[in-house]
Design a protein around this ligand. Sequence first.
Ligand code: G1P
Length: 281
Amino acid sequence: MSKIKKCLFPAAGYGTRFLPATKAIPKEMLPVLTKPLLQYGVEEAIEAGLETMAIVTGRGKRSIEDHFDVSYELEHQIKGTAKENYLKEIRSVISSCTFSYTRQVEMKGLGHAILTGETLIGKEPFGVVLADDLCDSENDGVLKQMTKLYEKYKCCVVAVEEIPAEDSNKYGVIAGDVINDAQYDTEALVRVNDMVEKPEPEDAPSNLAIIGRYILTPDIFDVLRKTKPGKGGEIQITDALLEMAKIGKVIAYKFNGTRFDCGSVDGFVEATNYFYEKSTK
Ligand code: G1P
């Protein structure tokens, strides 16, 4: 299978936890310091060598397209002034990759959002970034760490981290057998054989939760087409991945780095403080 070149960003959700801020602004556009969440995700994908950003949007999300485009009026206004510096990063993002968009008309879950993106992805392996999981690491970004793993194992990869037992009902939770690989820390890699979407603590198969980074192979689309609605009546990527896991095609990876749950107000504030501290160092 080919190298990973595309990254899918499901970005059609309502962001109800951030109302009223998200009434007219997509949650993916909420800024941590001066940068929208989605831009952090796109930058992580670029760093991993991905070139095509495939964004699944929905109604009211047009500002996402405007953000990843040139604003001629603004460029004209600040040309030759010190303020140009503020646009350095976004200009570099726009010139290093292409963006394509499709709309999810009905909100039927993350699995359904990913299936909606098939038209932009086609028949190649791809990354998935959920922008409200904001990740930072000292060396390689989380997605880059995962693409390296994909190149070795050629199967789906999910990023996981250990969570307190009482949080299991917020995540997809996995279980499996440790893979011994001298290149990685002991227990960093698990061949997944079970995964459950948002189990109650007593039903959780482990304390390893999936965070919003995936590498998927294109056969996931056929599985998703057959996946029945699961938890919350939604089509879950976790359920589709379980089918792949049953044939040994899913690896869970305890990534190096820090992840903030910017889908919650607490996580968002933590991320803001963290990036602020980092920017003043
Ligand atoms: C989704 C997935 C879940 C995963 C989580 C990571 O849930 O369904 O399996 O653990 O993302 O952030 P959501 O946060 O969209 O409810």
